[in-house]
Design a protein around this ligand. Sequence first.
Ligand code: 5GP
Ligand code: MG
Ligand code: MG
Length: 180
Amino acid sequence: MSDSTVQLHDKEFTIYLQENEIRQAIERLAVQINQDYKENTPVFLAVLNGSFMFASDLMKEIKIPCEISFIKLASYQNTQSTGTVKELVGLNEEVRSRHIIILEDIVDTGHTVSVLLEKLQAFSPASIQIASLLLKPASLQHPLQLKYTALSIPNDFVVGYGLDYNGLGRNLRHLYKVKS
Ligand code: 5GP
Ligand code: MG
Ligand code: MG
């Protein structure tokens, strides 16, 4: 089977970024973080599921003392309204007065990260920064300070390297975009 296209459910995807290009971008990000946090011991909070591959590869390049923990934003349908309520689960580390770095797979509108920031502020950390593998700058709707972004991409739907299309594709080693 060729690595250049992949069929997931009803859609065909073509290769967009090779594993080695992703790894190089992550290495550049790690250099920055190693420099910026050498006086601290940061706590990385990787947001499941999408960030698992990014978190794994990034952590191997982090040379300073640090901790890592995994969190999830679970969505619940609000019975009182049509809106969706997001609850933060898995945060059992002591993050009060600690320097947090959130690890995200992708920032699209920025809504997910905004909710997360609001929830984490309640734990009174010393600081919070976001490290995202991918950013879609043209989609961003929230005024976010995104200090660490590995790669900026156009508004295409992408899968692979941890990201899914209806559950499939997280295992792919490269990043693919939907065929138009
Ligand atoms: P936001 O809240 O920033 O609009 O979207 C963030 C979430 O939407 C991501 O964590 C991810 O689950 C999903 N998402 C946004 N764009 C893409 C994409 O291109 N591919 C995949 N697989 N998920 C995406
Ligand atoms: Mg995510
Ligand atoms: Mg998804």
